[in-house]
Write a protein that binds this ligand. Structure first.
Ligand code: GLN
Length: 189
């Protein structure tokens, strides 16, 4: 199975390494043509304003939406959560608040239990967003101080933190498992 990693900006290389470590074929996605044959997608952390400009420049918004609408599982981390929200790609029915923990709080760590993904996830937050609003079809998997930092809507999972930076592989494993299920026409979720 080929997993696409949006590679316009941000820490896509770290995601690539985690996915390859789990045995996946990875395609770095920079243009709509790169999405051909891709069965699932990762939107990395980085800078959401820069990523938005790159998506516009490359005409990637519609192809990315179509891929998600076709049922391809998606994992978005940090800026990737922002890219998925109502005000950006509109794949996830949430409104993300950028730099929500305050600009002065550059980074912190927390241990989180994510329902259906893993318990005791060591989560690294770097100028992280949270979900300010969450639609009815969206499940909150974890929160910090009452603010959603991990949300799932069907096969789209978005987290405020950076699982790709500290050897935490369970979110990527979740993505690959969901891809395997959709590829075999497996049970609906
Ligand atoms: N603060 C960044 C933004 O708003 C996200 C930070 C990150 O991805 N680590 O785009």
């Amino acid at each position: 199975m080929t997993v696409g990693v949006l590679a316009l900006q941000g820490d896509f290389e770290a995601h690539r390494k985690v996915l390859e470590g789990l045995g996946a074929d990875v395609r770095e996605v920079r243009t709509p043509a790169d999405l051909g044959g891709v069965a699932g997608l990762v939107l990395p952390g980085g800078e959401s304003t820069t990523m938005t400009l790159g998506i516009e420049r490359e005409g990637l918004a519609e192809p990315l939406r179509e891929l998600a609408a076709a049922g391809a599982p998606v994992l978005g981390t940090c800026a990737g959560m922002i890219m998925l929200d109502r005000d950006h790609l509109g794949v996830l029915d949430i409104a993300a608040e950028r730099n929500a923990f305050g600009r002065q709080v550059h980074s912190f760590e927390a241990r989180l239990d994510l329902d259906g993904v893993g318990d005791g996830v060591e989560a690294i937050f770097i100028r992280a967003p949270w979900a300010r609003e969450v639609g009815d079809g969206v499940e909150v998997l974890a929160a910090v101080d009452g603010h959603p930092v991990a949300v799932r809507q069907g096969d789209v999972l978005a987290v405020s933190f950076h699982p790709e930076l500290n050897g935490e592989t369970r979110l990527h494993s979740w993505l690959l498992a969901r891809i395997a299920t959709t590829q075999t026409g497996g049970e609906a979720k």
